[in-house]
Design a protein around this ligand. Structure first.
Ligand code: HEC
Length: 141
């Protein structure tokens, strides 16, 4: 029988814990992935209704390039499925203002949002409903 291992010093234990953790980058992308998965998982459930379905189509065309698929965010714009965009903090009128007039960067460092003149008023109402349903499905209501 081998002798029992010597007790580890604090430094050794810290190194072992550090080595056992995934590198920071991997952990970050895992969290981003997890967020997207959550937004994705809710998209199939409650969103079969006509208004939010046509909202999704318009969103995918005009908004998803920056706000990401299912409004989960991208490298060019923030997730709208985020507590910052809770209806109590950004009412539906914030969507109208953003789409008609654009947004000067103030919450994040993605840059300004240009106006989206191709979006019709009906599409905008449906987009807003779609995003609200995604938020709700993710506990933001
Ligand atoms: C070219 C990229 C881009 C596109 C396309 C885009 N957005 Fe944005 N949007 C942004 C960025 C960036 C911000 C965050 C600005 C900040 O607060 O820093 C933003 C912010 C917003 C906000 C928050 C406004 C506020 O009052 O703070 C809403 C709502 C919004 N976008 C909706 C939309 C909708 C709906 C569409 C599609 C019709 C859309 N955006 C298309 C980049 C984009």
């Amino acid at each position: 029988m081998d002798a029992p291992p010597l007790a580890l010093g604090v430094g050794d234990r810290r190194d072992r814990v550090r080595d056992a953790l995934p590198p920071l980058r991997a952990r970050l992308s895992q969290r981003v992935f997890e967020r997207r998965r959550i937004a994705l998982s809710c998209a199939s459930g409650s969103l079969g209704r006509p208004a939010s379905e046509s909202g999704r189509v318009a969103f995918d065309r005009s908004c998803s390039a920056c706000h990401g698929v299912h409004a989960a965010g991208s490298a060019k714009g923030p997730a709208l499925v985020h507590r910052v965009y809770h209806p109590g903090l950004h009412a539906d009128s914030a969507f109208d203002l953003a789409v008609w007039h654009g947004v000067r960067a103030h919450h994040w460092s993605f840059g300004d949002m240009p106006p989206q003149p191709e979006v019709t008023p009906t599409e905008l109402a449906n987009i807003t409903r779609y995003v609200r349903e995604l938020q709700k499905a993710n506990g933001i209501e």
